[in-house]
Design a protein around this ligand. Structure first.
Ligand SMILES: Cc1cc2nc3c(=O)[nH]c(=O)nc-3n(C[C@H](O)[C@H](O)[C@H](O)COP(=O)(O)OP(=O)(O)OC[C@H]3O[C@@H](n4cnc5c(N)ncnc54)[C@H](O)[C@@H]3O)c2cc1C
Length: 302
């Protein structure tokens, strides 16, 4: 097996670490969607509502009590990006194992650039910002890729990267509301451990419905994953499926206020990326940094 190139330290810990408010913060409705710090921010949730219908956030430290409703245990996912050997055909399908309760397994897929990605792993850890990749795991990923796609033997390792999922001790997302009357409350949107990208539109609509319920001083529309129960969902919608999603014709969406022009073709973006040399592409009138390794490797390679 070829040597794995010296990996850059991609564990830049520049994430927003939780910052307790230096003074009281007042808000009628607070939405906790702090990802890896969701349990810490949740610990800031006050025990009761303020008389004037506004929350008052107390000073706090970063300790999450054992009796908290959920605790975040970051679940690292490592990936390796490969350039198939010359003449080898990269897989045309996304190769995915049968999922288990814990993980959907390591996937092998071909990017729009013709590079092949193998990952992610699922490794629980305590650190909320350590995104380093490690050599034994990267080697195991390469072996897995070669096992699934023998044509990858001798592939060049272009790079590696890792991300952290905000997993909790619960299998399900932790989404729910704590209404306090007076049109105020706290909405929890935490433990989005995986598939959050895919679920984001549904979660967004669901949270919007909870917010509307709170701000009208009504119980949440849906049964909350945290245990607060409201009336049954309208029109037989399943929990987490919004009324609008169930009834697209009954609730037509308003036309968007801003319509962006289509995104330029990848080849145009890649040419711009290489010409600029500052790690950005120009999109909708201003430079946008290309942060994902798959995209930057692809644009560098053309
Ligand atoms: C390895 C891996 C595999 C994945 N696989 C899939 C997949 O197959 N399908 C899929 O759909 N999705 C996938 N995802 C996406 C995953 O579900 C997301 O990580 C999840 O969506 C997290 O979303 P979030 O909004 O809860 O958190 P984040 O996107 O992390 O957002 C939280 C935000 O809160 C901010 N924040 C935190 N604390 C504070 C504070 N104190 N003050 C102010 N701001 C704060 C953070 O800066 C951040 O911007 C994967 C992710 C990883 C890492």
């Amino acid at each position: 097996m070829q040597p794995i190139p010296e990996l850059p330290d991609d564990a830049a810990a520049d994430d927003a670490a939780p910052r307790a408010p230096t003074d009281s913060v007042r808000a009628r409705v607070v939405i906790n969607c702090a990802g890896l710090y969701g349990d810490i921010v949740e610990s800031w949730r006050p025990g009761g509502g303020a008389a004037d219908g506004e929350w008052r956030m107390a000073h706090c430290d970063s300790q999450v009590g054992a009796d908290a409703a959920f605790h975040i245990t970051p679940r690292k996912g490592q990936f390796v990006v490969l350039a198939p050997p010359a003449g080898a055909t990269p897989p045309r399908a996304v190769l995915e194992l049968v999922p288990t309760q814990f993980t959907k397994g390591v996937i092998v897929w071909t990017t729009v650039w013709g590079t092949v990605v193998v990952g992610p792993t699922a490794e629980p850890q305590t650190s909320r910002d350590d995104r380093r990749t490690d050599e034994p795991t990267v080697r195991a990923l390469i072996e897995h890729g070669e096992k699934c796609v023998p044509a990858l033997k001798g592939a060049t390792v272009l790079g590696t990267y890792a991300g952290l999922r905000p997993a909790t001790e619960h299998r399900d997302y932790q989404i729910g509301a704590t209404p306090t009357g007076g049109a105020s409350g706290w909405i929890t949107v935490a433990g989005i451990r995986s598939t959050g990208l895919t679920a984001a539109p549904g979660i967004g609509e669901y949270v919007a419905e909870i917010y509307v319920g709170l701000s009208r001083d009504e119980p949440p529309v849906h049964v909350s994953a945290l245990g607060a129960a409201g009336p049954p969902p309208p029109d037989g919608c399943a929990v987490g499926v919004t009324h609008a999603a169930c009834n697209p014709e009954a609730a037509p969406r308003p036309a968007p206020a801003v319509r962006n022009a289509p995104v330029p073709p990848l080849a145009t973006l890649a040419a711009d990326y290489r010409a600029r040399g500052d790690g950005c592409v120009r999109l909708y009138g201003r430079p946008r940094r290309v942060t994902h390794p798959i995209a930057s490797y692809g644009m560098e390679a053309g």
